[in-house]
Write a protein that binds this ligand. Structure first.
Ligand code: DON
Length: 321
């Protein structure tokens, strides 16, 4: 069957990555081997602490669903905060601008798990990508659908075309054993009425959502609607053009936490990181990228991942600026 414009298809890498950006990916894959300092894996989730910082994968998905990559680009890893993009997209699709009454869209300038702004800003988190904001978004998704984590997983499955994308209950349980800070954030916001589900239920949904394992190929494909102005892999509309712009904008300004300015300076693309070492980035109208390497900097962003995206936009001249 011929490929329709938005049919998801997978292109397996040969010796050299195929596609429009194959040569660039191959070059980055070669250069990354010489990278020295790669940071340390997240250790507050015990099950992630043993990841090898030398692992590296990078995938590009073009808007027609063609995907290719280098290194460990088909290896599933813990998506963590990258799922916050998909949860936000689902809530925007379901209730539109209503969510912006509960969560802001300004950079916080604070670490992703910070509590400090919440009290003097009356329980309304700065943006949907810090943990407090993501908890509000997952709370809304839970209320709207009854199964927030399942809806995020299903969106990832459908957009990636990979039904193996799934929760990793051991990772969710591992995070739950160290979940006091997220519990504190949720209870504090509940005291302002900005969390409406029982906090234990919300935390279970949030930790499940964060535990989803997917590969660079899966995530680059799954984020494709952000490069296609809101159009899903099957051609239907998930987000309006305006909503897609909003998600990309908040990724650019808030997607890498208190390093968002540095990320914009170096990479120049909307991006969203996770403490599993993944980063998804969007070149609107052109492609989506996902890079994975488990070593993190002090802000919780993958060292080799930011470096690789920096190289990609430098070598191709592509950015949103
Ligand atoms: O809430 C947490 O701590 C994690 N499950 C997700 C944090 C995360 O990935 C932050 N990103 N860099």
């Amino acid at each position: 069957m011929p490929d329709s414009p938005h049919r998801v298809r997978r292109v397996l890498a040969t010796a050299a990555a195929p596609g429009r950006f194959g040569a660039v990916l191959d070059r980055i894959g070669t250069e990354v081997a010489a990278l020295g300092e790669r940071g340390r894996p997240a250790d507050y989730i015990p099950l992630l602490a043993g990841a090898d910082p030398r692992r590296f994968g990078m995938a590009v998905a073009e808007p027609d669903g063609t995907v290719y990559g280098v290194g460990d680009w088909r290896e599933p890893f813990s998506t963590q905060s990258i799922t916050k993009v998909f949860a936000l997209a689902l809530v925007l699709a379901l209730e539109g601008a209503e969510i912006w009454r509960r969560v802001g869209r300004e950079p916080s300038g604070n670490p992703f798990n910070s509590l400090v702004q919440l009290e003097y800003e009356n329980g309304v988190p700065r943006n949907p990508f810090i943990n407090a904001g993501a908890l509000v978004v997952t709370d809304r998704l839970q209320t709207l659908t009854g199964h927030a984590a399942g809806r995020v997983r299903d969106l990832l499955r459908e957009e990636s075309g990979n039904s193996d994308v799934d929760f990793v209950p051991e990772v969710a349980a591992s995070e739950a054993t160290h979940g006091d800070r997220n519990a504190a954030l949720a209870h504090f916001m509940a005291s302002y009425g900005n969390i409406t589900n029982p906090v234990p239920h919300l935390l279970a949904a949030y930790f499940s959502q964060c535990s989803i394992a997917a590969s660079c190929a899966d995530l680059a494909l799954a984020a494709g609607f952000l490069a296609r102005r809101g159009v899903r892999a099957n051609g239907s509309v998930l987000l309006t053009r305006s909503q897609t712009k909003q998600v990309n904008a908040v990724m650019l300004t808030c997607g890498t936490y208190d390093a968002a300015g540095e990320f914009a300076h170096r990479v120049g693309l909307p991006g969203k990181s996770g403490v599993g070492g993944g980063i998804v980035a969007v070149v609107p109208g052109v492609c989506t990228l996902c890079v994975w390497s488990p070593g993190l900097d002090r802000h919780g962003n993958s060292v080799a991942g930011v470096w690789a995206l920096d190289r990609f936009t430098t070598l191709t001249g592509l950015s949103v600026f």
